[in-house]
Unconditional design. Structure first.
Ligand SMILES: [Zn+2]
Length: 668
């Protein structure tokens, strides 16, 4: 076949295969037998092999996988992927509804969708072509899993309009695929996956894309990050648009005019739950109007215009085989129940939380008891009670030890606390847990340093305090189990990169009592660098928003310790950044920009920069962004195809700029 003919045939095959794919995997209406599809795919692959220059970025041949990666790159999401607030019962839903109505009035409708139990992903399209897909990660930064996502046949590699958008969806493993996969794993003497969600996550984090391709994953897409920029006014219209573009959306969605209607619908869906071919763990309720969504805005963690209703906990009975004790980062001893494996809420459970000694006593939980295990969604299962009438006489009361199971120092109970603690500062378990915390995602976020590697490093005495991490060498790491040259290189690179982290990650990683990741950020922003924070008095700390008595005391005590000051100067010498490098809130009086102190609304589509960048740039000049136009608005910046907000601004006689005006002011 000459080149011209090959080119024509490749294009033809790509089109046919895309069509087959769409019919089979998105519409669920296959028009040809599988054998026909396979034959066309083989033909395409062999033609592309003959003419590699004719293989396009959106060719369906990529569906079969083939790329083998070294590691996943980090990706920053265009707009953050937030998680939703939870509702566990009717009252929570009524409260949500009341808050919504208080904010936007009574004219509210809700779009109700199933909450698929899978892995949230973000898909980026440039001019209609799928260019990048990422995991949710910490919401701001995820991992680039593009090649694996391409193997999901319901993800279009090209959409029906040349849009540049980021869509969000839930990748999942259908129940039948999950069961078949686990059966095979058992046959091969491999550990079966605990649930479809773990199986989906594990498949998408395969470095060998051929494995992911074999896992039969699927996806439901549920939102476009830049909906309001493309002229859509409601969540439900957004879902219809996704259908039009060629995405697979879940068809169980409904509109409800009242929260009572939502509650009724949830009851129906609960009974249908077992019939779906995929696992769901709840229902998502969203305010349908995007204008109202913007008016409602966000809390620090989640949007105020949506809530996830979680199905209630399921309970099962199984036998308690043993009680294991572990020592946490702060020395707290936690008992864990080891159970005869049992299936509950879609997962196999072998361990469950017993919380603390008091709970064991209060519920009179004994070894070999038949216990009630409770589990809801992704919440850790817990032992809820004992079936006392099923006792045979073989049960044994459990006695907490007097000594730390790891370092054998005497355990103490601090007044006012239920937990037993090991207070030996040299306790190896605490040090190891502290190291694991230091490298974890919300702390220093060092890829490739999980619990397993840290435990090895600690055992081999290569690392005994966090500063040792920054002294690790290639020669030391290569000796560890399951560490190839490539993983060592990657690991050293991510350790090196973590030195550049903004101060709040270090603060959180150090594990100061009561200082969570949010408080760490607040402190880092306020004090700018560790030297200023170190010198801060309790009074100065209390002046900071959201820093309370306990936190202030904990910070002061922490920086009084000689060994902490030594550790910090070591880290500084090793090149670890100790300054806040994130975006800073600018006070209006410190800025001479026109934006300073003004309340500004951005609407319509910007062409020169993303809306998020524009927002950050304006805030950096002391401007305040608002979601909706009101009398309090000082300035409206209208991009292309601006809609109702522009009209309202005109009605209220508010100053209106276009994008060019804004860019000019930003350049000053
Ligand atoms: Zn100990």
């Amino acid at each position: 076949m000459d080149k011209e003919a090959a080119k024509r045939r490749i294009e033809e095959l790509q089109q046919i295969l895309n069509q087959y794919n769409y019919e089979y995997h998105t519409l669920d209406r296959p028009s040809v037998p599988d054998a026909e599809y396979d034959a066309r795919m083989r033909e395409l692959i062999s033609l592309e092999e003959e003419h590699p220059d004719l293989k396009s970025a959106d060719s369906p041949s990529q569906r079969v996988g083939g790329a083998v990666l070294d590691a996943f790159q980090k990706v920053r999401h265009g707009t953050p992927m937030l998680s939703l607030g939870n509702a566990f019962n009717e009252q929570d839903l009524l409260d949500f509804d009341r808050r919504v109505r208080q904010a936007v009035g009574d004219d509210v409708a809700y779009n109700v969708e199933l909450k698929i139990d899978g892995l949230a992903v973000s898909l980026r399209y440039e001019n209609g072509i799928f260019v990048r897909g990422a995991t949710r990660g910490d919401g701001t930064t995820g991992e680039d899993i593009t090649e694996n996502l391409k193997t999901i046949r319901s993800i279009p590699l090209k959409i029906n309009r040349p849009l540049s958008i980021e869509v969000r969806g839930e990748a999942f493993m259908p129940k039948p695929s999950f069961e078949a996969l686990n059966e095979k794993r058992v046959q091969n003497e491999e550990e079966p996956f605990a649930n479809p969600r773990n199986a989906a996550a594990g498949s998408l984090r395969q470095l060998d894309t051929k494995i992911a391709a074999k896992r039969n994953l699927d996806i439901f897409v549920y939102s476009i990050a830049e909906l309001d920029e493309i002229g859509v006014e409601t969540q439900s219209e957004g879902l219809d648009l996704l259908d039009e573009l060629g995405f697979k959306t879940n068809k169980e969605r409904r509109m409800c005019q009242t929260i009572e209607e939502v509650i009724e619908l949830i009851d129906t869906l609960k009974t249908k739950r077992a019939d779906f071919s995929y696992e769901i763990d709840g229902i998502v309720i969203k305010v349908d109007s995007l204008n109202q969504q913007e008016e409602l805005g966000f809390t620090a963690k989640s949007p105020r215009w949506a809530v996830a209703y979680k199905f209630p906990a399921e309970e099962v009975v199984t036998k308690l085989i043993d009680i294991e004790l572990s020592v946490g980062r702060t020395g707290v001893i936690t008992p864990t129940a080891i159970l005869e494996p049992v299936k509950v809420a879609g997962t196999t459970v072998q361990r469950a939380s017993l919380h603390n000694e008091d709970l064991i006593k209060e519920k009179d939980i004994r070894l070999f008891d038949q216990v009630i295990v409770k589990k809801a969604g992704d919440i850790i299962p817990e032992v809820a009670g004992v079936l006392i009438d099923q006792r045979t006489g073989e049960e044994k009361p459990f006695q907490m030890p007097d000594e730390c199971p790891e370092c054998e120092s005497e355990l103490v109970r601090i007044e006012g606390e239920v937990a037993l603690r090991c207070i030996n500062p040299e306790c190896p378990a605490q040090i190891r847990e502290g190291l694991i915390h230091f490298v974890s995602r919300n702390a220093m976020n060092i890829d490739g340093l999980g619990e397993r590697v840290i435990t090895q490093l600690f055992k081999e005495q290569l690392v005994s305090r966090v500063s040792d991490l920054y002294r690790l060498t290639q020669e030391q790491l290569i000796q560890l189990e399951r560490m190839g040259e490539k993983s060592v290189d990657n690991l050293l690179r991510s350790i090196g990169q973590s030195k550049e982290n903004s101060l709040e990650r270090l603060l959180f990683g150090l594990g100061i009592r009561f200082i969570g990741s949010k408080a760490a950020k607040t402190l880092a922003m306020h004090f700018d660098n560790i030297d200023q924070l170190k010198q801060a008095t309790k009074e100065q700390l209390l002046e900071v928003d959201e820093i309370g008595e306990k936190m202030a005391d904990a910070v002061v005590t922490y920086f009084e310790k000689e060994e902490i000051l030594d550790l910090l100067s070591e880290l500084k010498e090793l090149g670890v950044n100790m300054t806040y490098t994130g975006p800073k809130p600018v006070k209006a009086e410190d800025s001479d920009s026109y934006f300073a102190g003004k309340t500004i609304v951005l609407t319509g589509k910007l062409t020169q920069m993303s809306r998020n960048d524009a927002k950050e740039a304006i805030e950096a000049l002391g401007g305040k962004l608002a979601g909706s136009v009101s009398k309090k608005t000082d300035l409206v910046i209208a991009g292309e195809a601006a809609g109702s907000k522009l009209t309202k601004a005109e009605e209220l006689n508010i100053e209106i700029w276009d994008e060019a005006n804004m860019l000019e002011e930003l350049k000053k």
